[in-house]
Design a protein around this ligand. Structure first.
Ligand SMILES: Nc1nc2c(c(=O)[nH]1)N[C@H]1C(S)=C(S)[C@@H](COP(=O)(O)O)O[C@H]1N2
Ligand SMILES: [Mo]
Length: 355
């Protein structure tokens, strides 16, 4: 076909042309912006300024005038989409929790509560895949995503950040190619101008500085899907089977009271957030370090949001007490007390009669 007569978005992309929009890393090297302590995450929507950031190789500076998102692989026609074209496609907004798995270099046994809940706006990934013509290949099993960042992380060299997800997940309506967070454009550190957002999956799958989506038969071969972000499947009794870091496990934080609070009353209101890929069905709270558990009220989930829990409990008349919250997913999976990255959060407070 005469390429000049095809609309821009239907022009067959040249191999690798999407990478021309990369300018440099600034700054280069790994960066983590830690979240505030859980008691400062009390709002339903986490402002960008309070949302953690995780960057492995450096933040990519992107030339927006040269920006192209390529969609290729096992599709009927590879396409590329400019920033303006992307902004003109049907727009979707979704509220979703956003959680980092934690360091891929350490065993997943300690909680780090890199968590928030935000509104993402962009175009459904399924819409872009359909624009490229999906549905013919029976070999299509995964969608690979690639970021413009490149470099070294923990001594591992990568020419691109590359992730994958099952095609069945990629076609779900919650998965977005996003250009806004909380109604504002994405900053450079947030992955702007365009990033992937995979609600229900760990943050590592939400590729920032997104430049390519590719439908493929096999899992992606890059270090971020092979060496890094694979873990021992906790359901395998032999502890041999590995699984990709995809679905978020049930987890929760206590936002009220805060550590060290002194209560003049024996009655203490406990509030917090709970989340899981499949939604949270129940949260139990203990005010005596796990001897007695009481069911909290749990708000419904809005799209992929975290869920509020609240309960009023009677503590011992005086002295220190340890509050624990333990969420159960709809699947029945429950937060462990210790030993796994989603273990329960605790808050120590004091009940005082004021004397
Ligand atoms: N291209 C690219 N995408 C990336 C990363 C990265 O280093 N490079 N880090 C991932 C990880 S581990 C997480 S938790 C999320 C963090 O997104 P945020 O920094 O916007 O919170 O981005 C993911 N996407
Ligand atoms: Mo992460």
């Amino acid at each position: 076909m005469d390429q000049k007569r095809r609309p821009e978005s239907h022009k067959m992309p040249d191999a690798g042309e999407e990478r021309d929009a990369f300018v440099r890393l600034d700054p280069s090297g790994p960066q983590i912006r830690h979240p505030p302590p859980p008691h400062e995450l009390d709002a339903f929507i986490t402002p960008d300024a309070k949302l953690f950031q995780t960057i492995h190789m450096g933040a990519a500076v992107v030339d927006e005038t040269r920006y192209k998102l390529v969609i290729d692989g096992l599709v009927q026609r590879a396409i590329s989409v400019t920033l303006d074209e992307l902004r003109q496609l049907p727009q979707t907004t979704i509220t979703a929790f956003h959680e980092c798995y934690g360091s891929p270099l350490k065993p997943p046994i300690e909680a780090c509560w890199r968590i928030g809940n935000v509104r993402w706006t962009g175009v459904r990934l399924s819409h872009l895949l359909r624009m490229a013509g999906l549905g013919e290949s029976t070999q299509a099993n995964f969608v690979w995503s690639e970021g413009l960042d490149r470099g070294t992380f923990a001594g591992i060299e990568a020419d691109r950040y590359q992730k994958d997800m099952p095609l069945t997940k990629a076609l779900q309506p919650e998965v977005l190619v996003a250009y806004k967070i909380n109604d504002e454009p994405l900053s450079k550190e947030r992955g702007g101008p365009v990033r992937l957002v995979v609600p229900g999956y760990f943050g590592t799958n939400s590729t920032k500085w997104l430049c390519r989506l590719s439908v493929q038969a096999e899992r992606a071969p890059g270090p971020y899907t092979t060496t890094l972000y694979n873990e021992q499947d906790p359901h395998d009794p032999l502890g041999m089977r590995m699984r990709p870091v995809w679905n978020v496990e049930v987890n929760s934080i206590i936002t009220t009271p805060k550590p060290g609070d002194v209560s003049r009353s024996q009655y203490i209101t406990v509030q917090g957030w709970a989340w899981s890929d499949d939604g949270v069905g129940e949260v139990e709270v203990s005010i005596d370090n796990g001897q007695v558990w009481v069911a909290a009220s749990v708000a419904d989930r809005h799209e992929y949001s975290w869920q509020r829990f609240e309960v009023n409990l009677k503590a011992a008349p005086i002295g220190q007490c340890r509050i624990l919250a333990r969420a159960t997913a709809r699947s029945g999976a429950q937060q462990p007390l210790a030993g796994r990255r989603n273990h329960v959060h605790h808050v120590d407070v004091e009940v005082s009669d004021g004397s």
